[in-house]
Design a protein around this ligand. Structure first.
Ligand SMILES: C[S@@+](CC[C@H](N)C(=O)[O-])C[C@H]1O[C@@H](n2cnc3c(N)ncnc32)[C@H](O)[C@@H]1O
Length: 241
């Protein structure tokens, strides 16, 4: 296992399509695309996604933009390559990635929460600003900001045509509301094609910062932003460079 990576993105990455397939991102993509278009206009556009994971959201965005998809987890990039073979894929950590080119849009979706310290968020916004052309947009969608966080559970999963099946329980909680993180504990039941089933546990430490800090960090990175709530209760920050 690679140090630092949660198991879900490492030895369990091949199970991603059973946990979070493209169909689960269809509504979010339908909400997001017009917001991005409002920010940059109707001309053909190139979009860089940082932390694009298994490419489930990208699967819907590629009809609207030319995509470059990046992630630090090779197993997740392999999943994305399988469903998005026409997109460029690059392995890299969004805290330090330097492609040496600029895009109309830089997008960070449900990967930004893995920045669990202020310095990491600031490094990532700096990466985003460097890769965004003047007049372009940087869109960041954390699962929660401090004001919207609610502890709770979720469950789901699916079956694959190859005979595998996955079911999971997700448990979000915040042991110390005074600090900048919350925890997401996962229990996975993984059924192989031969019917044997194993159990896996995975803990994710995720960042939780209030809206005002986010907006200050955007301004400090040279991409002053506005925030809005999407219909799914998720904060969307869109900054303009
Ligand atoms: C929830 S998954 C993203 C799923 C993706 N939205 C999709 O549609 O499939 C989060 C991803 O963030 C990536 N990630 C976390 N921290 C990262 C970092 N510092 N740099 C690059 N990728 C990172 C993980 O490897 C993981 O693939």
């Amino acid at each position: 296992m690679t140090a630092e990576l949660p198991r879900l993105y490492d030895d369990l990455a091949a199970w991603w399509p059973l946990l979070s397939p493209p169909e689960e991102y269809e509504d979010e993509a339908a909400d997001l695309v017009p917001r991005l278009r409002t920010a940059i206009g109707p001309a053909p556009a190139v979009l860089l996604e940082l932390g694009a994971g298994g490419g489930s959201l990208a699967f819907h965005l590629k009809r609207h933009f030319r995509l470059t998809l990046t992630d630090r987890a090779p197993g997740m990039l392999a999943v994305s390559r399988a469903i998005n073979p026409e997109c460029e894929h690059v392995e890299g950590d969004m805290r330090s990635l330097r492609l040496g080119r600029q895009f109309d849009i830089v997008l960070i979706h449900d990967a930004i929460m893995y920045a669990a310290e202020p310095a990491a968020v600031q490094d990532i916004l700096h990466t985003a600003a460097l890769h965004c052309r003047a007049g372009g947009a940087v869109a960041v969608l954390p699962d929660y900001v401090r004001e919207t966080f609610v502890p709770g559970t979720d469950h789901g999963g699916g079956d694959s045509p190859d005979g595998r099946g996955l079911r999971y329980l997700e448990w979000r909680w915040d042991p110390d509301p005074a600090d900048d993180t919350y925890l997401v504990d996962y229990a996975f039941l993984l059924r192989s094609a031969d019917g044997t089933t194993t159990v896996a546990y995975d803990r994710h430490v995720e960042g939780l910062f209030d809206r005002a800090r986010w907006l200050r960090w955007f301004a400090d990175a040279g991409i002053p932003a506005r925030s809005a709530l999407d219909p799914f209760g998720r904060e969307i920050f869109i900054g303009t460079r």
